[in-house]
Design a protein around this ligand. Structure first.
Ligand code: BGC
Length: 723
């Protein structure tokens, strides 16, 4: 349809029809034959069940070509104006072929692989009739108590921005008319990743500068990459819930960030203005969100029940609704739904596309590249295939490897670690040892017996997938005690212990690190996880993942992140030489494992860091080169990281900031010279008046293998070559 036809169509719609377009429900509300679908929020008490929402313009949480095509058909048979339904769902890291959780994908530092994972997710989900995915989640995260850190790519705004763009490109492709694409919905706007105390849905209170400098860039990157929708967050921003926050949604998002697409509320968030205490009733909640510019209300009926009256009393203008409706129709049109309401949904296509071998191969590669080797004492890894290994732990044969946000993935399609290891070696025996939370003497005894006969113990430990994800906050982020007890029992035998961790957040690993010779952080690696991890354990692949979120020493040290500000009393060294400094008495200031950290089966040396001069200007950037040599004995990938620090600003500056990186694949003995360009704009920041510019002065440039292990040079940035 042409734009003018869309406007004409809006003109033909009754007020009720417009309000229906602005409402989203699960399939059961449109057609009673359907179940509730994927319910990802509270259902009872939301009042939606009491209203007739059968004319709603979009549906969430249902998938499958047969089901969705049927739903569309009955809807279209009854829709006066033939406006098709829009189908949305949470396709977060894969549809049927499940990729590692986003935090793991972040640790691959591989934006191309991330893009192809999204491409594959879109191809599969579109064949199953979906049109929109509630992804990417680009919330910056610093608090691993928050269960949803697993949905983020980590604590750095540059990486988050690059991944945001990659995911959007992957989902949307070149043109949404191509029926194997999905429209992307970036979320959760804004700063949902900063809830106080890491407790989900809790208050967020960040300064304007912090918001602009660290939190908004990744949303902006997604918007610039063409994301068609934005989802509002549950939290407050500056005291106002994001979903009824006019300055945030109309001011920042639409005016400053130039977003022209559809804004959708999160599940029930319009109505949550009432418990937040900013609306007295649902009528006021509807009014506030509509004024703020929320185009679609998800799963509550405030719009359905109250917008009409708000217009009749003149409290809202119909023009405001027309704008929202037009944006929704534009999205439907972009997706080609007016020409073909059934779009990509096709059972035959589904049959050949879902879990295609090429998809599984990509999932396996990305899972392997997402794992982070945290410890490898005496090079206990990789294992020889002839080594007698006993695989013990609640995750040894578990298929719970997909993570909390893999709604359509099925455990039957998951490769467990036992399956992966036994496919590579015939010298593996498996036993459970303990439950995730429960100790069982008989299981412990069996584990001890089997371990006694083995050369090496592989412990498969972690968090159940429901222990992270939405509403998965924890106040202590240790491994459950039953698993520590299992590790202690086995460790008492004195065999080498390799611990593989399956979990959705950085954990407090103190106890398990002491008990293990090697630790491999495998996250929730997805459907091919068992194969990917086994290939790493047996050295068929070399671990290449690098952390994108710091691992704290303990829960009390949270938040701990690499790009923090300096203080007036910075700690100078590892010792408590002076009491009156910003430090803890019981743990270091640094995390247990810093941002950018990860080991390999080979080693990389950094030599000859060379800069093109002592000063640089806005016209002439600084060239930085460094020689990276694979000084070990197997091929491997290094993530060469460039950081900077502005030593003096008008406002305080972070002690370190990632500015660029390169993925370098090297054979043993091979050297590559890596080039970086450091330019003046890399030092721009928000000043006290929130203007964005850089200042001349002394800056530090660092190149290294992680945010703490770098070589550095101090140089001067001047305005022009004339000084
Ligand atoms: C989550 C969103 C999700 C939505 C729809 C909410 O509870 O916060 O991330 O997209 O449900 O399932």
């Amino acid at each position: 349809m042409e734009e003018v036809q869309l406007t004409e169509l809006t003109g033909k719609m009754t007020l009720d029809e417009k309000i229906e377009q602005m409402t989203q429900v699960t399939a059961a509300f449109i057609n009673k034959e359907y179940s509730e679908g994927a319910v990802t929020g509270p259902f009872a008490g939301m009042d939606i069940a009491k209203v007739d929402a059968s004319g709603a313009g979009s549906v969430l949480g249902e998938a499958g070509a047969a089901k969705l095509n049927k739903l569309q058909k009955t809807y279209m048979d009854n829709h006066r104006l033939q406006i098709p339904l829009l189908f949305m769902a949470d396709i977060i890291h894969g549809y049927k072929t499940i990729f590692p959780v986003p935090l793991a994908i972040g640790c691959s530092w591989d934006t191309e692989a991330a893009e192809s994972s999204a491409r594959i997710a879109a191809r599969e989900a579109a064949a199953s009739g979906l049109h929109v995915t509630f992804s990417p989640m680009v919330d910056l995260v610093r608090d691993p108590r928050w269960g949803r850190v697993m949905e983020s790519t980590g604590e750095d705004r540059l990486l988050n921005s690059l991944f945001a763009e990659a995911f959007v490109r992957g989902y949307q492709g070149e043109n949404l008319k191509e029926t194997d694409t999905l429209a992307a919905c970036v979320k959760h706007f804004a700063a949902y990743g900063a809830p106080e105390g890491g407790r989900d849905y809790n208050t967020v209170d960040v300064s304007e500068r912090e918001l602009y400098e660290h939190y908004l860039p990744a949303y902006q990157a997604a918007v610039d990459a063409g994301a068609n929708l934005v989802m509002t967050a549950f939290n407050t921003i500056d005291g106002i819930p994001a979903t009824s926050n006019q300055p945030l949604l109309r001011g920042k998002l639409r005016e400053e960030m130039n977003f022209n697409g559809v804004v959708i509320s999160d599940w029930g968030a319009v109505q949550e203005a009432i418990p937040h205490g900013v609306a007295e009733n649902k009528r006021e909640a509807a009014k506030k969100s509509a004024l703020a510019g929320v185009d679609i209300e998800m799963m509550t009926p405030c719009y359905l029940n109250h917008l009409k009256e708000l217009i009749s009393t003149g409290e809202l203008s119909e023009g405001l609704l027309d704008e929202a409706v037009l944006r929704i129709l534009q999205l439907k049109n972009k997706l080609g739904l007016f020409e073909d309401p059934y779009r990509g949904g096709d059972e035959e296509k589904e049959r050949i596309t879902l879990l295609h071998d090429t998809h599984k191969k990509k999932a396996r590669e990305l899972a392997a590249d997402s794992c982070v080797l945290l410890k490898n004492k005496n090079e206990v890894l990789p294992l020889k295939k002839s080594t007698r290994a006993v695989l013990i732990g609640p995750f040894a044969s578990s298929k719970d490897l997909m993570g909390a946000w893999s709604i359509y993935g099925e455990e039957k399609d998951v490769v467990s670690l036992t399956e992966g290891m036994t496919s590579l070696s015939s010298s593996v025996v498996t036993t459970e040892g303990s439950g995730i939370h429960s100790t069982n003497e008989a299981l412990l005894e069996e584990a001890r017996n089997k371990a006694e006969k083995a050369d090496v113990v592989v412990l498969a430990l972690g968090e159940h997938s429901e222990m992270s994800g939405e509403a998965g906050s924890r106040s202590q982020i240790t491994l459950p005690q039953a698993q520590i007890q299992l590790a202690e029992t086995v460790a008492s035998l004195g065999k080498p212990i390799i611990t593989v961790l399956f979990n959705g957040r950085p954990l407090d690993l103190n106890q398990i690190l002491n008990l293990s010779d090697a630790v491999l952080e495998a996250w929730f690696p997805g459907s091919e996880g068992g194969h990917a991890v086994s290939e790493l354990l047996y050295g068929e692949r070399n671990p290449a993942g690098r952390l994108t979120m710091s691992f704290p020493y303990n829960t009390g040290q949270i938040p701990v992140y690499y790009n923090h500000y300096s203080t007036g009393r910075p700690k100078k060294s590892g010792t408590l030489e002076d009491r009156f400094l910003s430090q803890y008495l019981d743990v270091p200031n640094e995390p247990m494992f810093p941002f950018g950290f990860g080991l390999s089966y080979t080693s990389f040396t950094y030599k000859n860091m060379t800069l093109s001069g002592h000063t640089f200007t806005e016209e002439e950037p600084m060239e930085v080169t460094v020689d990276i040599t694979n000084s070990g004995s197997c091929r491997g990938r290094e993530v060469v990281q460039l950081y900077t620090q502005d030593l003096t600003g008008e406002v305080v500056r972070p002690v370190n900031e990632l500015k660029d990186f390169r993925l370098v694949m090297l054979d043993p003995g091979e050297t590559e010279t890596v080039h970086f360009l450091v330019d003046a704009t890399m030092f721009a920041y928000y000043h006290s008046d929130l203007s964005w510019s850089w200042d001349p002065g002394t800056v530090r440039i660092r190149v290294g293998r992680n945010s703490e292990d770098t070589q550095e040079a101090t140089v001067t940035l001047t305005k022009t070559s004339k000084g």
